[in-house]
Design a protein around this ligand. Structure first.
Ligand code: AMP
Ligand code: MG
Length: 412
């Protein structure tokens, strides 16, 4: 059985060719400023001019020639004002200064800004109580970006800072990758949709909901396809239909039981099975296949297994299909609140809660594993905000140890 790291590498390698080939669409920042949020940029955004476009003051004060105010006590004639949007077009000569406000262009001749806190005005003059250093308190034109320079590279996930940058360089219309369409199909004779009352031995189809949400968070467009019965002919038809999307996600029906038919049907459809079990708990029987030119995941049906295997294996696939290089797992270290003892030969992902209690040494992340009833227990994930990763190579962890934590996407 392969490790989860090897399985992730397999997914990334299999989909690597997709990274540079997504379809594109154009979104308009002026019409809908938040629409590109979370989307993957399909072009380079370049600076349309130098930034800042002029030498820009970063303080309120006076623009001077530094040699004129090299010693405290200098007295210079105030000749004009430069403020944001309204520049002084003249030159600062010897013995002169110009009042300047934050964001304003530094006038010709001046090479330092002295903060107004260190000055005093006397009639038409300003007395400088502090010496000026050449170059202080302004940003040189082009220091932030040069005209033509790439300021947001293709493949970047667009956050608020990237959108601000696009706006700064005048790009209202930006080209992004189309979100990959992901069929979400559950399997199981026991499942009923949300709008139906379950019989005594039926359960509601919650995986379609969690998976649709996870697809969205990962940057895909979920296409909920309901659930299929544990029956070969129906499953085959629903899978064939689901393969019309860019990616097919199935849940349930991948264990070794008599009614676990997903892998069998995939094989009948000519799928190449790339892995069918990974050394993790929850989530061991997870299938990754290539079927009729499309990637397919058969995730285990237990809700927590479905969630964990999605995070580990489906996220990088959606990233690749979006034109974004798959990102490493966002694991961070936290201090374990109590000992943990796991058994077996697989890595464990345990529902856990990380918090940042204040302490004398500042705040440090503290993680606590939650009581749970195994992989059907959605409530444990709800009470938590992360998963504690217990590596197969180190199943016994002590209180106070720094351990690996996988945040639950969307909760931080
Ligand atoms: P399976 O992987 O098909 O053996 O399913 C394992 C367990 O997960 C069973 O107890 C199912 O009832 C439950 N399960 C399977 N599919 C879903 C689903 N779509 N929503 C909620 N629970 C499910
Ligand atoms: Mg089932």
């Amino acid at each position: 059985m392969i490790s989860f790291e090897a399985a992730r590498a397999k997914v990334i390698e299999t989909l690597s060719a997709c990274v540079c080939a997504p379809e594109r669409e154009i979104l308009d920042l002026s019409a809908a400023p938040a629409a590109p949020l979370g989307r993957i940029l399909a072009e380079n955004i370049v600076a349309d001019r130098n930034y800042p476009p002029f030498n820009r003051s970063i303080r309120d004060g006076f623009a001077v020639r530094s040699t004129d105010a090299a010693e405290p006590g200098a007295k210079l004639r105030l000749i004009a004002e430069s403020r944001a949007g309204v520049a002084f077009n003249g030159t600062v000569g010897a013995g002169e200064c110009v009042r300047i406000l934050t964001g304003a262009p530094v006038p010709r001749g001046a090479n330092a800004i002295v903060m107004h806190e260190f000055t005093r005005e006397e009639d038409d003059f300003v007395v400088f109580e502090q010496a000026a250093r050449a170059g202080q308190y302004y940003v040189l034109a082009g220091a932030e970006a040069r005209v033509g320079e790439v300021v947001v590279p293709r493949g970047t996930r667009l956050g608020y800072a990237e959108l601000a940058m696009a706006a700064e360089v005048g790009r209202a219309r930006i080209e992004v990758s189309r979100r990959p369409r992901v069929t979400v199909l559950s399997t199981g004779d026991e499942l009923v949709p949300l709008d139906r009352a379950p019989g005594p031995f039926q359960i509601r189809n919650s995986n379609n909901i969690s998976l649709a949400a996870q697809v969205s968070l990962a940057g895909g467009e979920p296409l909920p396809a309901g659930s299929a019965k544990d029956e070969v002919a129906e499953l085959r038809a629903r899978i064939e239909q689901g393969l019309e999307a860019d990616l097919l996600l199935l849940s349930g029906g991948v264990s070794a039981g008599k009614y676990d038919l997903v892998e069998q049907v995939l094989k009948e459809l000519g799928a190449e099975i790339l892995f069918e079990a990974v050394a993790i708990r929850p989530g061991k029987p997870v299938v990754f296949a290539w079927c009729r030119g499309k990637p397919v995941f058969g995730l285990p049906g237990n809700p927590v297994s479905t969630m964990v295997t999605f995070e580990l294996f489906v996220v990088p696939a959606i990233e690749a299909l979006s034109g974004c290089l798959p990102q490493p797992l966002p694991i961070f270290k936290a201090k374990l609140a109590h000992p943990v003892d796991e058994k077996g030969t697989v890595a464990h992902f345990l529902p856990a809660r990380v918090s940042w209690p204040a302490s004398e040494s500042g705040t440090e992340p503290n993680v606590e594993v939650l009581l749970w009833e195994g992989s059907g227990d959605i409530g444990a994930v709800v009470r938590g905000n992360c998963f504690l990763l217990v590596h197969a190579s180190k199943l016994h962890l002590q209180a106070g140890e720094w351990v690996d934590v996988l945040p639950r996407r969307g909760t931080f």
